[in-house]
Design a protein around this ligand. Sequence first.
Ligand code: F6R
Length: 368
Amino acid sequence: EKGGYDYFMLKEIAEQPKAVADTLLGHFQDGRIVLDEQRISDQDLRDIDKVFIVACGSAYHSGIVAKYAIEHWTRLPCEVEIASEFRYRDPVLDRSTLVVAISQSGETADTLEAVRHAKSQKARVLAVCNTNGSQIPREADAVLYTHAGPEIGVASTKAYLAQITANYLVGLALAQARGTKYPDEVAAEFRQLEKMPEAIQHVVDSLDPVREIARELAGSKSVLFLGRHVGYPTALEGALKLKELAYMHAEGFPAGELKHGPIALIEDDLPVFIVMPPVEGRGVLHSKLVSNVQEIRARGARTIVIAEEGDEAVRPLSDHFIPIPASTTLLQPLLATIPYQAFAAEVAAARGYDVDKPRNLAKSVTVE
Ligand code: F6R
């Protein structure tokens, strides 16, 4: 049932256009974003004054992407927290706090306990989940389901892109409830989202050069991933995929932090991945990242740059250039993450590891 692919993970990478399209389906009706289940009133949703996002692993990374969108669209303060830390630090919660719990399985113990703690403090809980009838959505006040379908590969791929998509819908639903976006603006954002499956398909169809780079770098001891803004969670996700599948040391961090320490790690031939912001957002951040690429290259690193097709400023500084289609800044993680998934899978395969079943890992972690 791998559909001609060597691993489920490769099949699931290829299913991402559908996972995103299916997650959007039916959520924009009569000019409004609709959730799947809503057991709190519209008034209570309007009264929310603070958002916490809790999740683990890749779902946590999708939450960082969401923070950028939610704060931008709703003007609500939004914090993202690793679920296993949340309830042990006495977070400030009340009935006007919304806790968004993101979980593919809906059974992750750390996330479930964070939800229970939030509810005990009277906070409202909204679940983003891929599994109908699982525990986290059952205990939540509102639910938005991702429609990635079952994910067999232990490493999250299509569920991750579906989580990012659903998180955007949560952000738009909140903006709509609060009136921080006019209905035509919400509609315009939704139409941008609807264009993404085609762009994702384009990236999925152009992964061969990434696989070649992966085979070339399969012997590396360590790999760094850099990005800014939503490129930062993308860097974290790139590093996690490589750690869990290829058992290779990898680290993702915001490119602006480079000069505060990590630049000391840069040495000859160290592979460093960088995601450039899209042309739409080009400005200060773009030129700062160009300088980062120059700095690390001057210190001998091998630069692997993911950027929009026409990004000529950075191409000459790239040892490898991975083009992706144009998008808005906020939606770019739906494209820029995909080469990282393919890279990790190919390095793992080149090293002789089981891509679908990495050592020591289970698909759903039901103990704290
Ligand atoms: C990484 C991965 C894990 C999960 C994490 C949360 O590829 O799959 O990091 O994202 O264990 O799982 P869920 O989303 O089921 O709560």
